[in-house]
Design a protein. Structure first.
Length: 100
């Protein structure tokens, strides 16, 4: 299945016009956090309107961590839908999560 969304799905967005932050580096104090924005949907719509090819965008997504436990390979906090990812959902395949 797929989930389709605008930028509002992300938890932090960093816009860099110079050197972007290093992959795996500390992002503390960079960009804007969902938890600090008064109207996250409005903020992300504004970023979508300004998207361009000269700015580097770093998108952080932690939202699924409330529902997916990759270490124990289980779905969690979903009431009756809690199950084991590997044996029940994925049939033995390791989970692959792709955002593009």
């Amino acid at each position: 299945g797929e989930i389709i969304s605008g930028l509002a799905i992300f938890d932090r967005i960093v816009e860099s016009t110079g050197t972007p932050p290093p992959i795996g580096g500390d992002l503390e104090g960079l960009g804007i956090l969902r938890s600090q924005a008064k109207n996250w949907l409005e903020v992300t719509h504004d970023i979508e309107r300004r998207l361009n090819t000269s700015t580097t965008y770093t998108f952080c997504f932690w939202g699924a961590s409330r529902f997916v436990d990759l270490i124990d390979e289980k779905l969690k906090n979903l009431g009756l839908l809690n199950c084991c990812l590997r044996s029940t959902v994925l049939g033995g395949w390791p989970p692959h999560i792709v955002l593009y």
